[in-house]
Design a protein around this ligand. Structure first.
Ligand SMILES: [Zn+2]
Length: 401
């Protein structure tokens, strides 16, 4: 049985509740995590879709005593949820997946595709770019097909190809300005030229599903790669004589490392090691979620491959590789604070501020500051999610229990 935390049975939130039909609203009494630190018994004013500096005298007050208010979460790497896949679902299904993650606090989401053939991926890029234009997603992350057959994880080997810049260019063009990130194995033929091409087009080059050496990874970073796709997963392990990509990505201050904090993809000790080494400003907690996130156990398809989800862990039916996660960012938050014992302000950086900055959206999102979008999450004292506001509207109203 799926745990309650993964369930989506939140009937009260089926339609958005405006904060206060255009009038300012004051969220009061909570521990508010601001860029400057935690304001105990803090106050946050929402005016329309934005955070405001001050409220008029008689603005309605929502009492959030005993709760936390943190910025809405930003997910750089997410393949689906609510039973829907961003790689293969219809528009309605994709919207359901986005909504599922919003109900778990992800107010900004980059939709990730998995390996498919080039024609299919260009078609998907077109479909997802329209949802980006409508503001439903922050853009597209292509994971594959330019990845290493040695580290393919849950990607279809028959459809993998070398990162030839002409092919990379096809995906960038098909996304019509909405490609945000592309994961590639930079050691493959054309890899370094592709990194340069991505950087030229303002697309984040992410090193991942790679069999590169330490030296090859340094070369990719020097060429402009700035993200490690789920560090540790789908790459050679850290070796004392062969440090591999992990050491290169972890040590370089230009790189943000994605970590999947679900307790399955990384041992807590490794997560802590990476977090402390990279520092709180260089980590992005991602979900790498697949369709079963916020939905439940069962059989699913990831691209063309069959996946069995059991007790929340997704594995390929054939071979048993871990096939994405069923994580949601509210659970990643709670785990980071209660299991990994990371400071709340650091967790907020990894879930909101850092990914927002990486996407170049930190003028609008990623922290609770006047003028920014009113994207926020309300957590109770146990760090369980109680409310979500996106652009000033309650996606999940904490007053409805
Ligand atoms: Zn992924």
């Amino acid at each position: 049985m799926p745990s309650a935390a993964r369930g989506t049975a939140r009937p009260a939130a089926s339609d958005p509740h405006p904060a206060a039909d255009g009038t300012p609203l004051v969220l009061a009494g909570a521990g508010v995590v601001l860029p400057t630190g935690i304001a105990a018994d803090g106050e946050l004013v929402v005016d329309g879709a934005r955070i405001a500096a001050a409220a008029p005298h008689n603005a309605p007050v929502v009492d959030l005593s005993g709760h936390w208010v943190v910025p809405g979460f930003v997910d750089l790497h997410n393949h689906g949820g609510g039973g829907a896949s961003f790689t293969s679902g219809t528009v309605e299904e994709v919207l359901r997946g986005i909504r599922t993650h919003r109900l778990h606090g992800t107010t900004t989401l980059v939709a990730s595709t998995v390996t498919g053939d080039m024609d299919f991926l260009t078609y998907r890029a077109g479909l997802l770019s329209e949802l980006a234009e409508q503001g439903e997603i922050a853009g597209i992350h292509f994971e594959g097909p330019f990845i290493s057959p040695c580290r393919k994880g849950a990607h279809s080997e028959a459809l993998l190809r070398d990162p030839q810049p002409a092919d990379v260019r096809k995906l960038i063009d098909a996304a019509r300005g909405r490609a945000r990130m592309l994961t590639l194995a930079t050691e493959l033929p054309g890899g370094i030229d592709s990194v340069r091409l991505l950087v030229e087009h303002g697309v984040i080059a992410a090193v991942g599903h790679t069999d590169a050496t330490y030296e090859q990874t340094v070369q990719a970073i020097d060429a402009g790669a700035t993200v490690a796709t789920h560090l540790f997963n789908a790459m050679p392990a850290l070796g004392h004589r062969a440090p591999g990509p992990v050491a290169a990505l972890l040590e370089d201050e230009r790189v943000t490392v994605e970590l999947i904090n679900d307790g399955t993809h990384l041992h807590p000790a490794v997560l802590e090691l990476a977090f402390r080494h990279a520092g709180a400003d260089r980590v992005a907690f991602i979900t790498d979620a697949m369709d079963a996130a916020g939905f439940g156990d069962g059989r699913y398809l990831l691209g063309p491959l069959e996946v069995e989800v059991s007790e929340g862990v997704a594995r390929l039916v054939e071979g048993g590789s871990i096939a994405g996660s069923t994580l949601t960012q509210d659970r990643a938050f709670k785990r980071a604070v209660t299991v990994d014992r990371l400071p709340v302000e650091d967790v907020v950086r990894a879930l909101s501020a850092n990914p927002a900055r990486l996407l170049g959206m930190d003028d609008r999102i990623g922290s609770l500051e006047p003028g920014k979008d009113a994207d926020l999450v309300v957590l109770d004292a146990h760090f369980d999610l109680k409310g979500v506001m996106r652009r000033g509207e309650w996606v999940l109203d904490p007053r409805l229990g």
